[in-house]
Design a protein around this ligand. Structure first.
Ligand code: PGA
Length: 311
């Protein structure tokens, strides 16, 4: 921003008009980054406020907060469409500083994608393969997910590791393809109960992070979302305490800082997952390094998921 001495007026390099705000609204985004050199017209400001769009100055942005619902192997097409439609209707009441993602099973992706189109609710898949196309019976590729309307993909969920042979190696291969396809991976890490009891939590997490992210460039790493999901807390009703979760989240951020530097680490959203409920989300979200939640069971019902989003 320049201050013109003669006329006493500021000159701006960019103007953010109501047209830009409406374009952002149509794209489903709710955050617009501006700089000191941006003049925001009063109509643009008013429209942004009306539609819950946040204007954030570059350098002052906070980490994205993400609440993602992992529907796992649940919901027929009708049930999926009903829940997605109801969420879309509520979306204008959700706080504008958090991103809402739903991850239905493959069969429901494209119909749910149609239902939530134009709303701030985003679509994610629960898994993918690392090849683009070919003779891989039963698999679905990242470009196919993108075509179905997805912006996110969960990778390396512990249920995939436990029942379907997912390893850090396959997580790494998938992650590269997902990033190359322009999707955001939500990479899951987490220790089993025995590993925690044996005092191995941090070394297991370290290995999952290091091997899962091997070979990623700094630019690729800046496109990631990580979810810490202690296996013993998933679907068991046993949530990690905020202290237990924060210790691991802090550790993950430090590891990312070592591998990719300050900027990537500071901007990386790290979600917690494992028996999140409306009653425990707020205390988890108070932790400095917890940026959101990956919600299983409680994301299957409109009321509980909405309460979690509105924590
Ligand atoms: P849960 O599942 O909330 O039902 O424990 C979380 C997850 O597996 O992502």
């Amino acid at each position: 921003m320049k201050f013109d001495e003669k006329y006493g007026i500021k000159s701006f390099k960019k103007v953010l008009s109501v047209v830009d705000v409406l374009a952002t609204l149509r794209s489903g985004n709710r955050i617009i980054k501006i700089t000191d050199d941006t003049l925001v017209t009063s109509l643009a400001k008013e429209t942004a406020r009306k539609h819950n769009i946040t204007l954030i100055k570059k350098g002052e942005e906070m980490r994205r907060k993400i609440i993602a619902g992992n529907w796992k192997m649940h919901k027929t097409l009708k049930e999926a469409v009903d829940l997605a439609g109801n969420l879309k209707e509520r979306a204008s009441q959700f706080p504008s500083d958090r991103e809402v993602v739903i991850c239905p099973p493959f069969t429901a992706l494209s119909v749910v994608g149609e239902v939530i189109k134009g709303s701030p609710v985003k679509l994610g898949a629960q898994n993918t393969f690392w090849e683009e196309k070919g003779a891989y019976t039963g698999e679905v590729s990242p470009p196919m997910l993108k075509d179905a309307g997805c912006q996110y993909v969960i990778i390396g969920h512990s249920e995939r590791r436990q029942y379907f042979g997912e390893t850090n190696y396959s997580v790494n291969k998938k992650m590269k393809k997902v990033l190359e396809s322009g999707l955001t991976p939500i990479v899951c890490v987490g220790e089993k109960l025995q590993e925690r009891e044996d005092g191995k939590t941090l070394s297991i997490i370290e290995e999952q992070v290091r091997e899962g992210m091997e070979g990623l460039s700094t630019e690729e790493a800046s496109g990631l979302v990580v979810a810490y999901e202690p296996v013993w807390a998933i679907g068991t009703g046993k949530t990690a305490t905020p202290q237990q979760a924060e210790e691991v989240h802090d550790f993950i951020r430090k590891k990312i800082r070592e591998l990719y530097g300050e900027e990537v680490a500071n901007n990386l959203p790290i979600l917690y997952g494992g028996s999140i409920k409306p009653q425990n989300i707020a205390s988890l979200m108070e932790c400095a390094n917890i940026d959101g939640g990956l919600v299983g069971g409680a994301s299957l019902e409109l009321e509980s998921f909405s309460q979690i989003i509105n924590y």
